[in-house]
Design a protein around this ligand. Structure first.
Ligand code: UD1
Ligand code: MG
Length: 469
């Protein structure tokens, strides 16, 4: 039997108080609906239909992978109406319907719901949960025999219903395509003006067809309706991800304050200190140490790399044994070679730093190709921009750049050359040469005495040592 999946994702998400469509709000760096899509993918459905409405183009732009069918719900008339719109796209067979706002759902739970549905020969099966701490969900009504007879939304439930029925609706339904016909019988809710998909439960029950609710852990079907709930599910996701890496041999000094996106990976025996953010498609190799306050996104770190405190690494590559920070910034397209050292307050942009090369302090290296074994003195700046265009600086292997030098690009410093401290280099330096590009020092003997001598005692700049009293 063919499986079609419908993800309901058109809602406004009023309670989020946001211009961004609710299901695009991110948890651990990924839109919440993407988690639902990923869980569904493992079921290998014949067709996945996403109902979009609020911010439809934005939603499509973010999640379209070419394998989904989008249908537009022009007027947001409720979950029942949303499924009715998807109806024309459904294949004959089994249909899985989920809300797009439940990112914690696990593929295994969906698989077991499908299995139970098949075994029981229900026309409709759905997920439920019991959790006194959660409010605002539909309450499942069962008769004296324990048979499901309907769902009443929490906000419309009477105090008695609230007391009696504590099993809640997870918003994940499996039904046979023929069952969908019952959608036509759903009436507009008089209190909200919406068509509730949940009303189909009572309709099917009254028609005497088989249906049932199956409980799953409440954590998995937590819906996100507010910023607080977004935070709660982000925290649960974060714990899931971090404990996954701990099981694979990664140490977290304080997992509560570290963030690791689902799309990132970390090697064995790597140590992650508190307040670190490992984001996007970052891959960290084994035996690395990431000290507090680092943020690393879309970057690749090799083996045994050290990232010291308060360092930002963006879309860059750091090869085996290299060390970056404290307080360093690797901007996109930087490559730090094996065992290289990028130190305190150093900014690197779109540059290649050779193996074993050191830039220890207060330096800007932009659009530079730097060979291996180079020493970059404190305060060195590659002047790569003339206000209109960017130019490259080439520093070949074994070069020594003295402190506080400016290299005005385009410029090349050939192999084993030296640049004297405080130089402004505007012309290429040949291999093995010493370049000095600074004003010559002149010492004016006795100047202080001549200029200031008369006033020196009053102004307190006398050279005489104070007499001890
Ligand atoms: C819904 C269920 C509730 C269940 C809960 C589980 C209904 C009436 N209620 O409530 O029983 O406990 O989910 O999380 O179904 N959507 C559309 N078009 C619309 C309205 C909503 O596509 O016109 C989409 C939303 O984008 C969302 C999903 O449907 O992804 C659920 O809508 P939401 O407003 O969050 O429903 P809840 O109040 O959470
Ligand atoms: Mg919801």
């Amino acid at each position: 039997m063919k499986l079609s999946v419908v993800i309901l994702a058109a809602g406004r998400g009023k309670r989020m108080k946001s211009r961004t469509p609710k299901i695009l709000h991110e948890a651990l760096g990924r839109p919440m609906v993407q988690y639902v899509i990923d869980a569904v993918k493992t079921l290998k459905p014949a067709k996945t239909i996403v109902v979009v409405g609020n911010g439809a183009e934005e939603v499509k732009g973010r999640i379209d992978d070419g394998h989904m069918t989008f249908v537009l719900q022009k007027e947001l008339l409720g979950t029942g109406d949303a499924l009715a719109i998807a109806r024309k796209e459904l294949l004959k067979g089994t249909v899985l319907v989920l809300n797009g706002d439940c990112p914690l759902i696990k593929a295994g739970t969906l698989k077991s719901l499908l299995a139970k549905h098949r075994r029981s020969k229900n026309v409709l099966s759905f997920l439920s949960f019991i959790d006194e701490s959660m409010s605002g969900y539909g309450r499942i009504i069962r008769d004296g025999m324990g048979k499901v007879t309907g769902i009443v939304e929490d906000k419309h439930a009477s105090p008695d219903e609230r007391k009696m029925f504590n099993e809640l609706n997870g918003g994940v339904y499996v039904m046979e395509s023929e069952t969908i016909g019952h959608l036509d019988k759903i009436k507009k809710n008089s209190l909200s003006g919406e068509y509730y998909l949940t009303d189909i439960i009572g309709i099917i029950s009254r028609a005497g067809k088989r249906l049932d609710a199956y409980q799953c852990p409440s954590e998995e079907i937590r819906g996100v309706n507010s910023r607080e709930e977004l935070y709660e599910i982000s925290t649960i996701l974060k714990r899931r991800v971090i404990s996954g890496w701990m099981k694979k041999g990664v140490t977290f000094i304080d997992p509560e304050t570290a963030q690791v996106h689902v799309s990132a990976s970390i090697g064995r025996d790597t140590i992650i200190y508190p307040n670190t953010y490992i984001e996007g498609r970052t891959s960290i190799g084994p035996n690395c140490t990431i000290y507090p306050g680092a943020r690393i996104y879309d970057s690749v770190l090799g083996k045994g790399v050290t990232i010291k405190d308060n360092t930002l690494i963006e879309k860059s590559r750091v090869r085996d044994g290299a060390s970056v920070g404290p307080c360093a910034h690797l901007r996109p397209d930087s490559i730090i070679g094996r065992n290289a050292k990028i130190g305190n307050f150093v900014e690197v942009k779109k540059s290649h730093i050779g193996a074993g090369t050191k830039a220890g302090h207060l330096t800007y290296l932009g659009d530079a190709e730097i060979g291996p074994g180079v020493n970059i003195g404190a305060g060195t700046i590659t002047c790569n921009y003339d206000g209109k265009n960017k130019f490259k600086t080439y520093i070949k292997s074994g070069v020594f750049i003295g402190s506080d030098s400016q290299l005005v690009a385009p410029v090349t410093i050939e192999k084993n050359a030296y640049v004297a401290a405080g130089s402004t280099i505007t012309r290429d330096v040949p291999s093995g040469a010493l370049a000095i590009g600074r004003g010559r020092q002149k010492n004016l003997e006795g100047w202080t005495k001549r200029e200031k001598g008369a006033n020196s005692k009053e102004s307190g700049i006398s050279n005489n040592k104070k007499k001890k009293s």
